[in-house]
Write a protein that binds this ligand. Structure first.
Ligand SMILES: Cc1cc2nc3c(=O)[nH]c(=O)nc-3n(C[C@H](O)[C@H](O)[C@H](O)COP(=O)(O)O)c2cc1C
Length: 169
């Protein structure tokens, strides 16, 4: 799969087969996350791999739009680690780039995923910190449930020429 094919054919997956993700693929996915660009190359992220069924089921109770965790093989919680950041206010962007890399690397390996937003919702952030016993410097940004897709993935067209502007609007 080339990069543009991967980007344009990826779709959110919210229903997964009961099948484990091999460790070497998971490591590839996490490695891809760590190759994301970050401001001043600070790489201010931490990744919590959640593969215990009990925890995945618990997430459904703390996030109303994370029902897909019920069938996910695992989920990766992408956290900003403020202790690793010297510049201010860039970590959310860095973690967003890492999140996108996770999804594209998963897709390359025929694994479905979906971005579940956490950042900005103080109640969700607090609930994840408590559930996973995270240090105070960690800020949960996004959750990516992963698994082999049990959905039909439809092709879409999103290219809009009228959103492109040269030099001025
Ligand atoms: C910041 C962000 C937060 C999102 N939060 C959720 C969520 O909580 N639950 C969910 O099912 N999908 C969530 N999504 C996925 C979007 O709904 C999805 O990406 C969008 O509908 C486009 O579909 P596609 O991913 O198939 O291209 C989120 C996506 C982003 C970028």
């Amino acid at each position: 799969m080339n990069t543009i094919d991967a980007i344009t054919s990826r779709r959110s997956v919210r229903k997964f087969k009961d099948k484990k993700i091999p460790n070497e693929i998971l490591e590839d996915i996490l490695k891809s996350a760590m190759f994301a660009p970050s401001a001043y190359n600070e790489q201010p992220w931490q990744f919590i791999v959640i593969d215990e069924k009990k925890l995945l089921d618990e997430i459904v109770n703390i996030h109303p739009h994370a029902g897909m965790c019920r069938t996910a093989a695992l989920a990766i919680l992408v956290c900003a680690d403020l202790s690793k950041e010297k510049t201010k206010d860039m970590w959310a962007f860095d973690c967003a780039a890492a999140t996108q890399n996770i999804m594209l690397a998963a897709h390359e390996n025929h694994i479905g995923s979906v971005w579940v937003g956490i950042y900005f919702r103080k109640d969700y952030m607090q609930a994840f910190k408590k559930l996973l016993n995270l240090p105070k410097d960690f800020i949960p940004i996004s959750l990516v449930p992963l698994g082999y897709s049990d959905e039909e993935i439809k092709k879409v067209e999103r290219f809009k020429k009228d959103r492109i502007h040269y030099n001025s609007f």
